[in-house]
Design a protein around this ligand. Sequence first.
Ligand code: GTP
Ligand code: IMP
Ligand code: MG
Length: 359
Amino acid sequence: MVMSAYTLIYGILVYSKVCVMVVEVVVGGFFGDEGKGSVVGYLAIKDRPSICVRGGVGPNAGHTVVYKDKEYRLRQIPSGLVYKECRLLIGPGVLVNPDVLIGEIRNYGIDKSRVGVDERAGVIDPEHIEREKESRHLKEEIGSTLSGCGEANVDRARRILPLARENKKLREFITDVPSEIWSAIDKGGTVIVEGTQGTFLSLYYGTYPFVTSKDVTASSICADVGIGPKYVDEVIVVFKSYVTRVGAGPLPGELPKEEIEKRGWVEYGTVTRRLRRAAPFNFDLAYRAVRLNSATQIALTKLDVVFPEVAHATEWDELSSEAKRFVEKIERKLGVPVTIIRTGRDIRDTIDRREELCR
Ligand code: GTP
Ligand code: IMP
Ligand code: MG
C-alpha cells in the first residue's frame, strides 16, 4: 500500500516534469528564418520568463516578431522583448555590433534597464564588415550577410577581438549573463534561450562551406549563454512548413521561382532583403535536426501559407483534415510532438498543444 502510494506520487512527479517550463531552448531546424522570432515572442507572452537570452552568431540573424499590429525586426535584442517583464540578455558567445544594438533599443523604445550584454561578448568593428565586403569568396561564393560576424570570429580565434567590457558604447549594459541565468533558475523562474540561424547553417553540421561561422545547434546555443546540458528542460526545434534558404549552397528539392510564386511561398531576407530560395518540407533534414538538437518538441510555423484555410487558427480542431494529416505525418516520422503551430503573422496566431501533449 505504502509502496503503491509512493509509486503513484513518484509517477505524477516524473510525468508532470515533462514540459514544465524552466529552461527552454529554441533553435532553427533548417537553414534559418524558420520563424524563431515569432515562436520566442509567443512563448515569452505565454510563459512569462524572467529572462530571454540570445545565443547564436550575432547580427547576421534577423528575427521578426509581430504583436498587436507592431512589427519588430531584431538582429541583436532577444525576441522576448514583447513580454515587458523579462530581462533581455546577450550571451558571451554572441557577437555584438553596438550600433545595431543601440539602434534597436532606440527604434523600439526598449527600457535600457532590461538589456544586458555579457562582458565577454565579442564586438564587431566596422573594419570586420569592410573585410567581409572585400572578400569575393564570402560575397559571391558563400552569399554571406556581410555583417562582420565571420571576420570577428576569425579575430576571436586569433585572440585579438575586443570584448564588450572594453567598449564605451556598451558600458551601461555590461553584466555577467551566466550568473543572471543561474540566479533565475535557482528562484524557479523560466528562462528562454533563443538560437539563431538553423541547423544546416552550422559550421559543423551544415552544408559546408555554405554555412555560417559557428555551430548553431542547441548544445552550442547553451554554451553561448553559459548553461550546461543538465539545466535544459525543453529543446524546441522550429521548422517552417516548407524550407527556405538565402545565400548559396545545396537546397534539396529546390523549386523554380515561378513555382515558388505560384505556391505563395515568396519571402525576402530580414537582414539582406534577398529573395529566399524555397523547397517543400524535407523530412530527412528534419529528422537529422531533431537528433542533432535533441528536440523534445517541435514548433511548426507558416502552416497557413501551405494551407490557407487554417489562417489565424488557435485551436487544433480549427485545422482542416489535410493540415492535421501534415502535422501528424511530421510527428510520426520524427517521433517528437508538434506542440506549437503557427497560423499567421501575429504571435497570437498560435495553437499551443503543450498542455494536451506534454502534461
Ligand atoms: P527567424 O530568423 O527564424 O526568426 O525568422 P524570420 O523572422 O527571419 O522569419 P520570416 O521572415 O519567415 O518571418 C517573418 C515574417 O513572417 C514576419 O512578418 C512574421 O510575423 C511572419 N510569420 C512568422 N510565423 C508565421 C506564420 O506562421 N504564418 C504567417 N503567415 N506568417 C508568419
Ligand atoms: P554569414 O554568417 O553572414 O557569413 O553568412 C553565411 C551563410 O549563412 C550565408 O549563406 C547566409 O545567407 C547564411 N545566414 C547567416 N545568417 C542567417 C540567418 O539569420 N538566416 C538565414 N541565413 C543566414
Ligand atoms: Mg531570419
